[in-house]
Design a protein around this ligand. Structure first.
Ligand SMILES: [Zn+2]
Length: 436
């Protein structure tokens, strides 16, 4: 085995609105190590079926890695990043193909650690500020997302078509994907494999498996490190957290379908907090419900792992869907932020954050800090995995990908965008080669 890689190949898979990147570290012609970063979609171009397309992608990954993955990274729990790991029919069993490649490490953010949800020792006097409560609230989101999604499937007359469409999309992305989550856990529990749940400054576990590669975990921060990742933009944060607490209390309980004015079945033994939640949800307008689901969506994005690979002097940045609240710890609040910014200034490859949304590539602190933009040679390479028309609206300047960012990527970097290559064809991916 060579001491360090001589090249890195990044395969950008066509998964529509989602992410799937296979990073291959080339040591010699016959020695390669492969790290799969995310595998999911919430919508494929031209209505292709995930049950057919995802196994095709998985088979391609299996061929490229010769049936052996070094590691699997799931940056965060959103469907568009993990649905391909599911082993059920919806994914066409794609997750079984990945599991058969026997990854030696499964890397996820600390919020996915099953212990984080039950380890009471980490709780503080104020339970709303504890990691346990934070993880609990992430789980509660799935419940709320399910409600939002079911309402939007059969929208009441008062709900506009635009609101219903966005509720369906965001709702679907936030519904818990149990099959994928279970497979990620099982892959990490296999004999000879292990799971790592990482946070800012912690070890990724990847370095032992990738000689000559240094991996910096820049995000997410823990709750103790930063309150920002749980900061809500709701006008009344207390009420918002009560809402989440109530949603949690409702877990496992049948709730009346969500229709404006519906109050659920009277006389049922429902805990007070859950009753409050049920009644509150029932009286929300569609716009309010959409706003809450959006906040939940942002919150989950902010649990994204942010990984920076340093290999032979080249720096490769994979930030998942991390938004500004996650980034701000690494970029300006953490004690080592000056060092981090120096490292990031040298980035050679950037996986564009959150499918090109406006708040996942902090303009001043990250984008303008990339010193290799606009270079004649050695220009910054970028990869954008996205599908337009799914998220946000141009009139509010929230469309994904954001037009201004896309323009900057096209003019200042060497961009590979999944919007520019077909779903079908010889290969379901494009490859970026980097000499290191
Ligand atoms: Zn995403």
């Amino acid at each position: 085995m060579a001491a360090k890689p001589s090249a890195v190949e990044i395969r950008v898979y066509q998964v529509g609105f989602g992410d799937c990147f296979l990073v291959s570290f080339v040591y010699t012609a016959s020695e390669r190590r492969h790290v799969l970063i995310d595998f999911g979609t919430t919508e494929l171009p031209r209505g292709a079926a995930p049950s057919q397309h995802l196994p095709r992608v998985a088979d391609h990954i299996k061929t490229v890695c010769n049936g052996q993955l070094t590691a699997v990274v799931a940056t965060h729990r959103h469907a568009d990043h993990i649905s391909g790991f599911a082993t059920d029919g919806k994914s066409g069993g794609a997750g079984k193909i990945i599991a058969a490649c026997k990854p030696r490490l499964v890397l996820q953010p600390w919020t996915e650690d099953p212990k984080a949800a039950r380890d009471a020792r980490t709780a503080t006097a104020d339970s709303n500020r504890s990691p346990r409560s934070f993880v609990g609230s992430l789980n509660a989101m799935h419940r709320l997302a399910e409600h939002a999604w079911s309402v939007a499937l059969k929208p009441p007359a008062a709900m506009s078509a635009t609101v219903a469409k966005q509720l369906r999309f965001l709702g679907m992305d936030n519904i818990k994907n149990k099959s994928a989550v279970d497979n990620l856990i099982a892959m990490g529990e296999r004999a000879g494999a292990r799971s790592v749940w990482a946070h800012h400054g912690s070890s990724s576990g990847l370095e032992k498996l990738l000689p000559g590669v240094q991996v910096h975990v820049l995000g997410p921060p823990t709750v103790a490190q930063s309150e920002k990742i749980r900061k809500m933009r709701s006008s009344d944060p207390d009420e918002f957290w009560q809402l989440l607490g109530g949603a949690q209390a409702l877990r496992g309980m049948r709730v009346a379908p969500l229709e404006p004015g519906t109050r659920g079945k009277a006389g049922k033994a429902v805990p007070a907090e859950a009753r409050w939640f049920r009644d509150r949800i029932a009286s929300l307008s569609a716009e309010q419900l959409l706003e809450i689901v959006r906040v939940l969506d942002d919150q989950m994005n902010n649990t994204s792992l942010i990984l920076l690979f340093e290999v032979g002097g080249k720096k490769l940045l994979f930030p998942g869907d991390a938004q500004i609240e996650n980034w701000s710890w690494a970029l300006q609040d953490a004690p080592d932020h000056a060092k981090t910014r120096k490292l990031l200034a040298q980035v050679d490859f950037y996986k564009v954050g959150h499918h090109g949304s406006r708040n996942a590539t902090p303009k001043k602190l990250l984008w303008e800090n990339f010193s290799k933009r606009n270079r004649a040679s050695g220009r910054l390479k970028t990869a954008l995995s996205t599908l337009k028309g799914k998220h946000g609206t141009a009139s509010k300047k929230t469309e994904v990908p954001r037009a201004t960012l896309l323009k900057a990527l096209q003019t200042e970097t060497e961009l590979v965008s999944t919007q520019d290559f077909p779903l079908a064809g010889q290969e379901p991916c494009q490859t970026i080669k980097i000499k290191v």
